[in-house]
Design a protein around this ligand. Sequence first.
Ligand SMILES: Nc1nc(=O)c2ncn([C@@H]3O[C@H](COP(=O)(O)OP(=O)(O)O[C@H]4O[C@H](CO)[C@@H](O)[C@H](O)[C@H]4O)[C@@H](O)[C@H]3O)c2[nH]1
Ligand SMILES: [Mg+2]
Length: 229
Amino acid sequence: MEDLKDVFISPLPDSPYVKPFRFNYTQNGKQKSWDLLEVHDSVAIIVFNITRKVMVFVKQFRPAIYYNCISPEDRKSTTIDTSKYPASLGIALEMCAGIIDKDKSVEHIAQEEVLEECGYSVPLSGLHRITSYRSGVGVQGALQTFFYCEVTDAMKTEQGGGVDDELIEVVEKTIPEIEEMVNSPGPIPSPPSCLFALMWFLYNKADKFRKTYEHHCAECKKGKMVFVK
Ligand SMILES: Nc1nc(=O)c2ncn([C@@H]3O[C@H](COP(=O)(O)OP(=O)(O)O[C@H]4O[C@H](CO)[C@@H](O)[C@H](O)[C@H]4O)[C@@H](O)[C@H]3O)c2[nH]1
Ligand SMILES: [Mg+2]
């Protein structure tokens, strides 16, 4: 994943993934325009392994993150110096996610992504649609539908890691590690949608998986403040 070379930047030809265009409008009598990107809607899935009480993340190289680590001056050179800018700068930790580029329901797309990226076979009934929201509202605003699913070690039927030329590493984190992640001063190498998913999980689900939870409640009832780790 970190073997990166021959990096250079070029103008965008016709792309099946992003379509740049100018959106023109009149608002309150004033003519305006906004430069936008059309991109696919997507799904994102929290995958929580209840056998070992760990959250399943995907780690992958994100060119957009890498590019934003390059100084404006160095972006102008014909090739990017990868000893100055190693691949590690662009590696992100995210929820399992995928674009909706097939004529299938969001549930089916989510099911496929969990299998392809994380290696777990999840029944459709195990995928709980939580909400949907807009990503990248400055330039794109596409809809991302967010799911929660619980998996067991027995449901891990494949390796995961992505399809075709995708290079994805599956990473597991415990609840205390998730708490540490969301409390980090940053920069956290994750999109806000992932951080929202983590906060949603900590707020709605984490308590039932915390090993020390019963002890915590008992101590709280005695009027003690207990920080669960
Ligand atoms: N060659 C090439 N050029 C591209 O520009 C290019 N762009 C994409 N691709 C190919 O499309 C597929 C994209 O992978 P996924 O379907 O798994 O979608 P994600 O990249 O995970 O993105 C999701 O999750 C993100 C995190 O929540 C959100 O930010 C996004 O909005 C959300 O869509 C891969 O097969 C990749 O290979 C390109 N292939
Ligand atoms: Mg993906």
